[in-house]
Design a protein around this ligand. Structure first.
Ligand code: AMP
Length: 224
């Protein structure tokens, strides 16, 4: 399938609650189209792993399920847009913007560059599905590959199929923190859907569907 769609350029924001499948879809679209995947959550976790100043500052918010302050996260995205010339060939922002002020900041960042923007893809999902997906999620410490204990288990328990790295459960993927992240999402992030809808830049898909089905629908629709 990837062969006939390699020249498709998408410049999108992935919007939706934690566990809607944003990261999974982003990886699939990256494989299919070579789009740059910008996940502020991944970048912050890398900073935590490196024990940088930013990582130490972000840790407390991330582990409690809260949001890292806007200015810290916006700076990461601003840097990326200022330094990565390949974004003009397509990108997916995953986990940013997460608040209306971040969405406004993104508009300003885009206005300063020639990179361009197509639309926000809103992946709606329901709480039972989200809890099932996130409590079963396991991530490779080395390459970041994502597994699920039931839906997508690794061949050998606790070991990454791709690189042999150790699989771990994110500290914020427990039910209590997931519920907190959902509350934070409803309060801070959901209003962004209205922000993009008002600009006629919102597309909705059902995040409860299998991510492969969402990818295929998206690619076939964009091919027409
Ligand atoms: P994610 O990997 O997208 O689920 O993000 C994990 C955590 O990183 C979130 O629960 C937040 O604490 C933090 N985070 C990631 N992106 C942002 C953002 N755009 N604004 C604020 N906090 C963020």
């Amino acid at each position: 399938m990837a062969d006939d769609i390699v020249d498709l350029i998408m410049k999108i924001v992935l919007l939706g609650p934690p566990g809607a499948g944003k990261g999974t879809l982003a990886k699939m679209l990256k494989d299919a189209l070579g789009l740059v995947h910008i996940s502020t959550g991944d970048i912050l976790r890398e900073e935590m792993k490196a024990d940088s100043h930013l990582g130490r500052e972000a840790k407390q918010y991330i582990e409690s399920g809260g949001l890292v302050p806007d200015e810290l996260v916006t700076k990461i995205v601003e840097n990326k847009f200022a330094t990565d010339s390949s974004l003009k060939d397509g990108y997916m922002l995953d986990g940013f913007p997460r608040t209306v002020p971040q969405a406004q900041d993104l508009d300003k960042i885009l206005a300063k560059t020639q990179v361009g923007f197509d639309y926000a893809l809103y992946m709606e999902s329901t709480l039972p599905v989200i809890i099932r997906r996130l409590t079963g999620r396991r991530v490779c410490r080395s390459c970041g590959a994502v597994y699920h204990m039931v839906n997508r288990p690794s061949k050998k328990e606790g070991v990454c199929d791709s690189c042999g790295g150790e699989l771990y459960q994110r500290a914020d993927d427990n039910e209590e923190t997931i519920r907190k992240r959902m509350d934070v999402y409803l309060e801070n992030t959901l209003p962004i859907a209205q922000f993009y809808e008002a600009k006629n830049r919102l597309r909705k898909v059902n995040g409860d569907d299998e991510t492969e089905a969402i990818r295929d629908a998206l690619l076939n629709e964009d091919k027409k």
